[in-house]
Design a protein around this ligand. Structure first.
Ligand code: 5RP
Length: 228
Protein backbone atom coordinates (compact mmCIF):
# COMPACT_ATOMS: atom_id res chain seq x y z
CA UNK A 1 0.00 0.00 0.00
CA UNK A 2 1.46 3.40 -0.92
CA UNK A 3 1.37 6.09 1.74
CA UNK A 4 -1.48 7.97 0.01
CA UNK A 5 -3.65 4.87 -0.57
CA UNK A 6 -6.87 5.09 1.43
CA UNK A 7 -7.02 2.98 4.60
CA UNK A 8 -10.04 0.91 3.58
CA UNK A 9 -10.57 -0.64 7.01
CA UNK A 10 -10.53 2.73 8.76
CA UNK A 11 -12.81 4.44 6.23
CA UNK A 12 -15.54 1.82 6.44
CA UNK A 13 -15.29 1.41 10.22
CA UNK A 14 -15.55 5.11 10.94
CA UNK A 15 -18.49 5.51 8.56
CA UNK A 16 -20.33 2.69 10.31
CA UNK A 17 -19.91 4.30 13.73
CA UNK A 18 -20.79 7.77 12.46
CA UNK A 19 -23.94 6.53 10.68
CA UNK A 20 -25.28 3.96 13.13
CA UNK A 21 -24.15 4.80 16.69
CA UNK A 22 -26.28 7.36 18.52
CA UNK A 23 -25.93 8.78 22.03
CA UNK A 24 -27.58 6.53 24.64
CA UNK A 25 -27.32 3.32 22.61
CA UNK A 26 -26.12 -0.11 23.65
CA UNK A 27 -23.45 -1.09 21.14
CA UNK A 28 -21.83 -4.42 20.30
CA UNK A 29 -18.15 -4.15 19.48
CA UNK A 30 -16.76 -6.62 16.96
CA UNK A 31 -13.34 -8.24 16.77
CA UNK A 32 -10.57 -7.95 14.19
CA UNK A 33 -8.41 -5.41 12.44
CA UNK A 34 -11.38 -3.62 10.81
CA UNK A 35 -13.50 -3.62 13.97
CA UNK A 36 -10.57 -2.09 15.87
CA UNK A 37 -11.02 1.15 13.93
CA UNK A 38 -14.69 1.17 14.91
CA UNK A 39 -13.76 0.63 18.56
CA UNK A 40 -11.34 3.56 18.37
CA UNK A 41 -14.10 5.76 16.93
CA UNK A 42 -16.47 4.65 19.69
CA UNK A 43 -13.71 5.62 22.14
CA UNK A 44 -13.67 9.11 20.60
CA UNK A 45 -17.46 9.41 20.96
CA UNK A 46 -17.25 8.40 24.62
CA UNK A 47 -14.45 10.96 25.07
CA UNK A 48 -16.82 13.56 23.59
CA UNK A 49 -19.47 12.78 26.19
CA UNK A 50 -21.62 10.09 24.52
CA UNK A 51 -23.27 7.75 27.03
CA UNK A 52 -22.88 4.30 25.50
CA UNK A 53 -23.23 0.82 26.94
CA UNK A 54 -20.83 -1.43 25.07
CA UNK A 55 -20.60 -5.21 24.85
CA UNK A 56 -17.37 -6.80 23.60
CA UNK A 57 -17.15 -9.85 21.32
CA UNK A 58 -13.71 -10.88 22.64
CA UNK A 59 -11.20 -10.31 25.41
CA UNK A 60 -9.01 -8.50 22.86
CA UNK A 61 -11.83 -6.08 22.01
CA UNK A 62 -12.67 -5.61 25.69
CA UNK A 63 -9.03 -4.73 26.48
CA UNK A 64 -8.82 -2.22 23.62
CA UNK A 65 -12.14 -0.59 24.48
CA UNK A 66 -11.29 -0.28 28.17
CA UNK A 67 -7.89 1.22 27.31
CA UNK A 68 -9.84 3.95 25.48
CA UNK A 69 -12.11 4.65 28.44
CA UNK A 70 -15.09 2.69 27.11
CA UNK A 71 -17.00 0.84 29.83
CA UNK A 72 -17.77 -2.77 28.87
CA UNK A 73 -20.90 -4.60 30.02
CA UNK A 74 -21.43 -8.34 30.04
CA UNK A 75 -23.93 -9.39 27.38
CA UNK A 76 -26.25 -10.60 30.16
CA UNK A 77 -26.16 -7.20 31.87
CA UNK A 78 -27.94 -5.53 28.95
CA UNK A 79 -31.51 -6.14 27.81
CA UNK A 80 -30.68 -5.96 24.15
CA UNK A 81 -28.03 -4.47 21.88
CA UNK A 82 -29.15 -1.66 19.57
CA UNK A 83 -26.41 -2.12 17.01
CA UNK A 84 -23.33 -4.28 16.61
CA UNK A 85 -20.52 -3.33 14.25
CA UNK A 86 -18.30 -6.23 13.26
CA UNK A 87 -16.02 -7.40 10.46
CA UNK A 88 -16.22 -10.53 8.32
CA UNK A 89 -13.96 -12.79 6.32
CA UNK A 90 -16.30 -13.43 3.39
CA UNK A 91 -19.64 -11.88 2.37
CA UNK A 92 -21.84 -13.42 -0.35
CA UNK A 93 -24.53 -11.67 -2.45
CA UNK A 94 -27.25 -12.64 0.08
CA UNK A 95 -25.28 -11.05 2.98
CA UNK A 96 -24.39 -14.47 4.36
CA UNK A 97 -20.98 -14.53 6.00
CA UNK A 98 -17.98 -16.52 7.04
CA UNK A 99 -16.47 -15.14 10.24
CA UNK A 100 -13.97 -16.33 12.79
CA UNK A 101 -10.51 -16.00 11.26
CA UNK A 102 -9.92 -13.69 14.23
CA UNK A 103 -10.97 -16.50 16.57
CA UNK A 104 -13.98 -14.79 18.18
CA UNK A 105 -16.86 -16.48 16.33
CA UNK A 106 -18.59 -17.88 19.42
CA UNK A 107 -19.08 -14.59 21.24
CA UNK A 108 -19.61 -12.80 17.94
CA UNK A 109 -22.54 -15.05 17.11
CA UNK A 110 -24.09 -14.69 20.57
CA UNK A 111 -23.77 -10.91 20.38
CA UNK A 112 -25.14 -10.82 16.82
CA UNK A 113 -28.18 -12.82 17.94
CA UNK A 114 -28.80 -10.33 20.76
CA UNK A 115 -28.54 -7.32 18.44
CA UNK A 116 -31.45 -5.44 16.91
CA UNK A 117 -29.17 -4.47 14.04
CA UNK A 118 -25.94 -6.07 12.81
CA UNK A 119 -23.73 -3.87 10.65
CA UNK A 120 -20.87 -5.66 8.88
CA UNK A 121 -17.84 -3.67 7.78
CA UNK A 122 -15.52 -5.01 5.07
CA UNK A 123 -13.35 -3.90 2.21
CA UNK A 124 -14.25 -5.14 -1.26
CA UNK A 125 -11.70 -7.99 -1.12
CA UNK A 126 -14.09 -9.82 1.24
CA UNK A 127 -16.94 -9.94 -1.29
CA UNK A 128 -17.37 -13.36 -2.92
CA UNK A 129 -19.90 -15.01 -5.23
CA UNK A 130 -19.95 -18.13 -3.10
CA UNK A 131 -18.87 -18.69 0.51
CA UNK A 132 -15.77 -20.78 1.11
CA UNK A 133 -13.99 -19.98 -2.15
CA UNK A 134 -11.25 -17.94 -0.52
CA UNK A 135 -11.20 -18.69 3.18
CA UNK A 136 -11.64 -21.76 5.34
CA UNK A 137 -14.68 -22.05 7.57
CA UNK A 138 -13.58 -21.78 11.22
CA UNK A 139 -15.27 -24.27 13.55
CA UNK A 140 -14.83 -24.00 17.34
CA UNK A 141 -14.64 -27.38 19.08
CA UNK A 142 -14.08 -28.57 22.62
CA UNK A 143 -10.62 -29.92 23.30
CA UNK A 144 -11.71 -33.39 24.41
CA UNK A 145 -11.59 -35.74 21.44
CA UNK A 146 -10.90 -32.91 19.01
CA UNK A 147 -9.17 -35.28 16.58
CA UNK A 148 -12.37 -37.32 16.34
CA UNK A 149 -14.39 -34.13 15.86
CA UNK A 150 -12.03 -33.06 13.05
CA UNK A 151 -12.45 -36.44 11.36
CA UNK A 152 -16.24 -36.05 11.44
CA UNK A 153 -15.92 -32.51 10.04
CA UNK A 154 -13.80 -33.79 7.14
CA UNK A 155 -16.62 -36.17 6.23
CA UNK A 156 -18.55 -33.05 5.23
CA UNK A 157 -16.07 -32.57 2.38
CA UNK A 158 -13.39 -30.28 3.77
CA UNK A 159 -9.77 -30.37 4.89
CA UNK A 160 -9.83 -29.55 8.61
CA UNK A 161 -6.66 -27.97 10.02
CA UNK A 162 -6.14 -27.32 13.71
CA UNK A 163 -5.41 -23.61 14.15
CA UNK A 164 -2.03 -22.97 15.76
CA UNK A 165 -0.54 -19.96 17.48
CA UNK A 166 3.19 -19.93 18.24
CA UNK A 167 3.40 -23.64 17.45
CA UNK A 168 0.66 -24.55 19.96
CA UNK A 169 -3.07 -24.97 19.40
CA UNK A 170 -4.82 -21.61 19.38
CA UNK A 171 -7.16 -21.40 22.40
CA UNK A 172 -10.33 -19.32 22.16
CA UNK A 173 -11.69 -17.01 24.87
CA UNK A 174 -13.96 -19.90 25.91
CA UNK A 175 -11.00 -22.30 26.19
CA UNK A 176 -11.72 -24.25 23.02
CA UNK A 177 -9.79 -25.10 19.84
CA UNK A 178 -10.57 -24.03 16.28
CA UNK A 179 -10.41 -26.15 13.13
CA UNK A 180 -10.17 -24.19 9.89
CA UNK A 181 -12.21 -26.22 7.40
CA UNK A 182 -11.35 -25.58 3.75
CA UNK A 183 -14.05 -26.47 1.27
CA UNK A 184 -13.69 -25.90 -2.47
CA UNK A 185 -16.79 -23.78 -2.08
CA UNK A 186 -19.91 -23.99 0.06
CA UNK A 187 -22.86 -24.74 -2.20
CA UNK A 188 -25.60 -24.71 0.46
CA UNK A 189 -24.51 -22.96 3.66
CA UNK A 190 -27.78 -23.71 5.51
CA UNK A 191 -27.46 -27.45 4.84
CA UNK A 192 -23.77 -27.45 5.74
CA UNK A 193 -24.48 -25.64 9.01
CA UNK A 194 -27.11 -28.23 9.92
CA UNK A 195 -24.55 -31.02 9.28
CA UNK A 196 -21.74 -29.36 11.22
CA UNK A 197 -23.86 -28.48 14.23
CA UNK A 198 -24.72 -32.13 14.92
CA UNK A 199 -21.07 -33.25 15.04
CA UNK A 200 -20.28 -34.12 18.68
CA UNK A 201 -17.69 -31.69 20.07
CA UNK A 202 -18.65 -28.76 17.84
CA UNK A 203 -19.35 -25.63 19.87
CA UNK A 204 -20.02 -23.15 17.06
CA UNK A 205 -19.31 -22.63 13.38
CA UNK A 206 -18.30 -19.51 11.48
CA UNK A 207 -21.30 -19.42 9.13
CA UNK A 208 -23.34 -16.32 10.01
CA UNK A 209 -26.58 -16.92 8.11
CA UNK A 210 -29.38 -14.37 8.12
CA UNK A 211 -27.70 -12.44 10.95
CA UNK A 212 -26.71 -9.34 8.94
CA UNK A 213 -28.85 -6.24 8.39
CA UNK A 214 -26.39 -3.99 6.58
CA UNK A 215 -23.03 -4.52 4.89
CA UNK A 216 -20.81 -1.49 4.38
CA UNK A 217 -18.10 -2.06 1.78
CA UNK A 218 -15.07 0.14 1.18
CA UNK A 219 -13.58 0.20 -2.33
CA UNK A 220 -10.00 0.89 -3.50
CA UNK A 221 -10.99 4.40 -4.67
CA UNK A 222 -12.15 5.24 -1.13
CA UNK A 223 -15.90 5.01 -1.81
CA UNK A 224 -18.11 3.20 0.70
CA UNK A 225 -21.20 1.44 -0.60
CA UNK A 226 -24.04 -0.09 1.38
CA UNK A 227 -25.94 -3.35 0.93
CA UNK A 228 -29.12 -3.68 3.00
C1 5RP B 1 -13.09 -12.44 14.18
C2 5RP B 1 -13.82 -12.15 12.92
C3 5RP B 1 -13.42 -10.92 12.18
O1 5RP B 1 -14.51 -10.08 12.11
C4 5RP B 1 -12.95 -11.30 10.82
O2 5RP B 1 -11.92 -12.25 10.95
C5 5RP B 1 -12.47 -10.08 10.02
O3 5RP B 1 -11.28 -9.61 10.55
P1 5RP B 1 -10.43 -8.47 9.84
O4 5RP B 1 -11.25 -7.23 9.91
O5 5RP B 1 -9.16 -8.41 10.66
O6 5RP B 1 -10.15 -8.93 8.44
O7 5RP B 1 -14.72 -12.82 12.51
O8 5RP B 1 -13.51 -13.65 14.74
Amino acid sequence: MTSDAPNLKKIVAEKAVDDYVKDGMTVGLGTGSTAEYAIKRVGELVGNGYELKCVATSKRTEDLAQSLGVRIYDVDEVEHIDVTIDGADEVDPQKQLIKGLGGALLREKIVAAASLSEVIIVDSSKIVDKLGVKTPLPVEVIRYGHGKTAYALERQGCKATLRLSGGQPFVTDAGNYIYDCKFESIENPFFLESRIDVVPGVVENGLFLNTTDVVLISHPDGRVTKKD
